[in-house]
Design a protein around this ligand. Sequence first.
Ligand SMILES: NC(=O)c1ccc[n+]([C@@H]2O[C@H](COP(=O)([O-])OP(=O)(O)OC[C@H]3O[C@@H](n4cnc5c(N)ncnc54)[C@H](O)[C@@H]3O)[C@@H](O)[C@H]2O)c1
Length: 383
Amino acid sequence: MNILLTGIDGYVGWPTALKLAQELPEARIIGVDNLGRRKWVEESGSVTAIPIETMPVRLAAAREHGFTNISFIEGDLADRDFVNQLFDVYRFEVVLRVAAQPSAPYAQINGERANYTQFNNNQSTRNLLWAIKDRGLEKDCHFIETTTTGVYGAPEFEIPEGFVTAVNKGQEDVIPFPGMAGSWYHMSKSNDVNNLWLANRQWKLSITDLRTSIVYGTETHETQLDPRLATRFDFDFYFGVVINRFCAMVLTGYPITIYGKGEQRKPQISLEDCVQSCVNAVRLPLSGEFKVYNQTTEIISIVDIAEAIVSGARKLDIAAETKHIENPRVESEEHKMEMAVANFQTLLPNPKLNIAEGAYRMLEALKPYRETIEQYKDRFMSV
Ligand SMILES: NC(=O)c1ccc[n+]([C@@H]2O[C@H](COP(=O)([O-])OP(=O)(O)OC[C@H]3O[C@@H](n4cnc5c(N)ncnc54)[C@H](O)[C@@H]3O)[C@@H](O)[C@H]2O)c1
């Protein structure tokens, strides 16, 4: 089986490559990345707290550990010629789309970044979809994309797993429910959802839409095998997600900084569980359907996250405190999010990690990199 793994150099992409190699040794994993994430974080004046190797060094280390079926091609998926060349050389049975510009705050900086984010994310999706269609592979290729639970926004009802039954003047139909994204990045994913759904309706392309939650964590089983296999860990305002940033703050004695009341509940998943469910999705048979999975293991308020981290810190004798500041985001600070996850529970019946345990483990794993975080702690907040 040939698997195209896009975004292999990223936070989720690299550990996914390793777990795919571990669980599907007979598959060939062709990883693609334009190394954009490295540049965006640098441009934001920050660094990954946990050092990461270049792709050639990562691949050499992976080979030493028996992962011999991963290769890497540097290229830009928004470039249609590049994508076409890729599909002329390889016949892919699976496309696992983990590549994107994934930061809402980065996309919100100005019109140029918003434009770039939507162009990058949506053009790449269309290029991949049409490369499949133009080669007549639509019945033989499984397209998996990590979109985001952020496409749903914050509705005042339980978020369904992809679709709702709409009633209009007494008549009803089932329609996709992605349309309330709250940032230019999240809207790029809503656009992707629409295009994916269209590709399925027009061509019967099998599509698995993993609506990824906020991913936290420092490592997976495979990245722990060798420091050269580490994945990146960002903690800055633009690329650090909430739990990761809070853990980094605690390690430098910086108060855990909560936007507004912090009572809004947000969906979360550990890196280990996120990566495992991506690998499980690769094993799904071709369905000819558009299937949505809310890739979530916990929905928790920001203040409860902060509490879990403070208690993890206490176990490690690290002093930690919290502070509330004015919310720089446009969001409800009290939204009691509920979300259906029945489909996802069939994909990942036994998640390995929860936030209470995860926070403690992250703080332990990050302790050796305190100095780096300290050096860049002015990046915690926007400037
Ligand atoms: N990390 C999260 O909390 C989170 C939450 C929800 C959804 N997601 C989604 O999960 C996926 C992975 O996120 P991540 O956190 O690993 O992000 P990441 O930025 O670390 O990884 C994405 C990778 O894609 C690459 N890339 C981007 N555009 C590209 C292009 N045009 N051509 C080639 N490579 C390109 C980047 O260089 C990067 O290495 C993304 O689709 C993201 O939108 C992530």
